[in-house]
Design a protein around this ligand. Structure first.
Ligand SMILES: *Cc1c(COP(=O)(O)O)cnc(C)c1O
Length: 396
């Protein structure tokens, strides 16, 4: 660790220096070890590396020096004891679930999930004999009712996509633990800058690093973090080593460098998002603005308790006139790009009804409040006056 202790380092310092291990060349920037394998001094050393008697690296599906630095930095950021970096956010969510589930188990999940997570819970797990049930994540009575049946794992996302509803992490984790299950939190929308779910009792945190951690639209990546030694050693490690969701060292290096500016970017994007949300609120032709940073958000107390009162980088709003009006807005924008990514330096707008949530059934979309007039705006790092001007030109 560069010869200095990490104890007591503040967040910004951990983001810039956490986990750095210099090679014999004393490089300033972390090295990119683009290697699939490692050479042993002797057959006995090879044997010891496989038994675990020494810590010589074995194969990049198991571990890699650059990937290791990325994992260390994320552990310091989220306050986790163990981490495994994955090739994408979905590889992280899927591995976190499948490593601990077996036929006959039961999973309860919050209804408002990222589209691919929704598919895993609704379609995939039941195919393998794992029962699943969705609940309204904001309704503690629904959680309590669903957890009355024997349950092994809970998956939830807060704030949710695209409705930006907040789930009470502490209250739900307490209920889940009382039921003897584990909680996996998809923390993509909050980012580890605004919310660290392990502090509220979560057992496992999963990220898509593709979003804010890269933040510049370059690579895919993911991360699984936990304090649960039994889960990490007995379940996750054999699962990921043998099924291969490992991240490329190149992508891990890009993400490691992305972390150095994460705090600056997330705070600036939150500032911009709040300004844009206020600008949209009460504007003619805008029927709803959903943003956790607004005083008007129905779960403002939870935003203050869980997310330092900050609303995140995404603003969801509804325009009057349904799909036609939403399409007119998207097509009329000149600065803001139409794309389904988020957390990027560039502002991005999406029409969830016809893209990210296209395959979610009409009833379910209605339950989630995903109407044809709803748009999701990921606010970037441009000057907020230019973002506003782009929206104003089309909305006015
Ligand atoms: C993007 C995203 C994922 C999936 O991540 P990938 O890196 O695209 O695989 C999972 N959950 C949420 C909330 C996301 O936004």
């Amino acid at each position: 660790m560069g010869g200095k202790g990490t104890e007591g380092w503040h967040l910004a310092t951990r983001l810039v220096r956490g986990g750095t291990k210099r090679s014999q060349f004393d490089e300033t920037s972390e090295g990119l070890f683009l290697t699939s394998g490692y050479v042993y001094d002797s057959a006995a050393q090879a044997e010891g590396s496989f038994t675990g008697d020494n810590d010589h690296l074995v194969y990049s599906r198991y571990g890699n020096p650059t990937v290791g630095m990325f994992e260390e930095r994320m552990k310091l950021l989220d306050g986790a004891a163990f981490a495994f970096a994955t090739a994408s956010g979905m590889a992280a969510v899927f591995s976190a679930l499948m490593s601990q589930l077996r036929q006959g188990d039961r999973v309860v999940a919050s209804r408002a999930l990222f589209g691919a997570c929704h598919f895993v819970i609704a379609e995939l797990l039941p195919r393998w004999g794992i029962a699943t049930e969705f609940v309204d994540g904001t309704d503690l009575a629904e959680w309590e009712r669903a957890l009355a049946e024997p349950t092994q794992v809970v998956l939830l996302e807060t704030p949710s996509n695209p409705g930006l509803e907040i789930i009470d992490l502490k209250a739900v984790c307490d209920l889940v633990h009382k039921a003897g299950a584990r909680v996996v939190v998809d923390n993509v929308f909050a980012t580890p800058i605004l919310q660290r779910p392990l502090e509220f009792g979560a057992d496992i945190v999963a990220y898509s690093a593709t979003k804010h951690i890269d933040g510049q639209g370059r690579v895919l990546g993911g991360m699984i973090l936990t304090d649960d030694e039994d889960f990490y050693k007995q379940q996750l490690t054999p699962f990921v080593r043998n099924t291969g969701p490992a991240i490329s060292p190149f992508n891990a290096w890009v993400l490691l460098k992305g972390l150095e500016t994460l705090e600056l970017r997330v705070h600036r994007q939150c500032d911009n998002a709040l300004t844009v949300a206020r600008f949209l609120e009460g504007r003619k032709g805008v029927t709803r603005v959903l943003y956790p940073g607004l005083e008007s958000h129905p779960q403002r107390d939870l935003v203050l308790a869980q997310m330092d009162g900050r609303g995140g980088t995404v603003v969801t709003f509804e325009v009057e006139g349904g799909r036609n009006a939403a399409y007119r807005l998207l097509d009329g924008l000149e600065l803001i790009d139409i794309s389904n990514n988020l957390g990027d330096a560039k502002s991005i707008i999406t029409h969830p009804y016809t893209t990210t949530h296209q395959k979610v059934g009409a009833d379910e979309k209605a339950r989630l409040g995903i109407t044809e007039g709803l748009v999701r705006l990921s606010v970037g790092l441009e000057d907020v006056r230019d973002i506003e001007a782009d929206l104003a030109r089309v909305l006015d």
